[in-house]
Design a protein around this ligand. Sequence first.
Ligand code: GDP
Ligand code: MG
Length: 163
Amino acid sequence: MPFTLAIVGRPNVGKSTLFNRLVGKRIALVDDRPGVTRDRREGDARLGDLEFSIIDTAGLEEVKDASLEARMRAQTEEAIRLCDAVLFMVDARVGLTPADHVFADLVRRSGKPVILAANKSEGKVGMAGAYESFGLGLGDPVPLSAEHGEGINELYEALAALM
Ligand code: GDP
Ligand code: MG
């Protein structure tokens, strides 16, 4: 069984963008409208000399009999259960939202090793989300730009330490 990393976080923080970058193909749908249908995706990822399996989460399926949040939660819990480590992603530009805390609680309770990533950190430094995310109790954030490929070396170091 390869080492499996699950990318977890509320919609729109950039999980699928990072997933696509690490898998090297456009498998996951990237969309800036939270709430479009997106399934859980798994792929073979590579980061430098590290090879691992990766799970993209928080597809919001249009299921009528479950609330959106319950659905997202169930999907995220399943991915956390399956993985060896979690990459918990927040949006450095927006700052923490109530949904970030809901997902952070799931990650914390799982007891799985976690890499905290503050995405959308390109350009300006010291944005709200990166500072606030220190308070999640999930360790020091790795500033990342999934879209522009920044912070990938720091992500490599954090992942290499867990594998
Ligand atoms: P997900 O819902 O967490 O999977 O987020 P997506 O990967 O679908 O991305 C949501 C939006 O954020 C899209 O418009 C992306 O282009 C944008 N995005 C993703 N990564 C970055 C980044 O590093 N910087 C900026 N500025 N935007 C990003
Ligand atoms: Mg996505």
